[in-house]
Design a protein around this ligand. Sequence first.
Ligand code: MG
Ligand code: MG
Length: 261
Amino acid sequence: MSKIFYKSSEDIEKIRESSLLVSKSLAEVAKNIGEGVKTIQLNKIAEEFIRDHGGTPAFLNYNGFPYSLCISLNDQVVHGFPSEYVIKDGDIVSVDCGVILNEFFGDSAYTFPIGNVDPETMKLLKVTKECLNLAVEKAVVGMRVGDVGYAVQEHAEKNGFGVVKELVGHGVGVKLHEKPEVPNYGKRGSGIKLEEGMVIAIEPMINAGKAGVKFWEDGWTVSTVDKKTSAHYEHTVAIKRGKADVLSSFEYIEEVLKQKD
Ligand code: MG
Ligand code: MG
């Protein structure tokens, strides 16, 4: 992580454009994801979509990461590799996407249920998205990073789920990962003060079972220790007075999913 970069309102508009390109790229993934699709195909679709819209995939070659998307299946938490794996009924597929557009970064992630997913995992997806929304409500001037983390942790644990602690949200915009770190756990009123001009990626990673994770020898993939499922939703958010400004959007994705139903 570098330092905290404070953004002007012009910068924030550029980060909004980057973030919306991420959101629209995830909507392209939504159009194409389903049973019988290889995850590497989704990577190609997103990469082409990003480039066709003047962006650069932010993850490709980031610290040597070899793909444009992180695609994490079932018990994988984050940073999974797109592959020849063929998506099947009952899978959940977490897709994380980042772009650089006009020199600014956007970052967002969504977990897609495929076909008939078991009820406990469907509850995990619902609760993880609720955790994100509750955290976004705290992303306002006067709150601290610990208030954001507390909101996630409290809601996840109340529902009996495990909060991943080894990986955290982050400042974003000038770089992919800036300060401050934004953990998905914390104490109310603790940590760095949120101020106007800060843009952060809030990204709860919540496990159906135990909180523990393991790191794979590929240097990237993270999965749950107990092999139970894990969900991940992420927004890029500008800190404001009164109400956070969510720069990415799930509307494009969810519009596609509704039409596919
Ligand atoms: Mg991300
Ligand atoms: Mg992120």
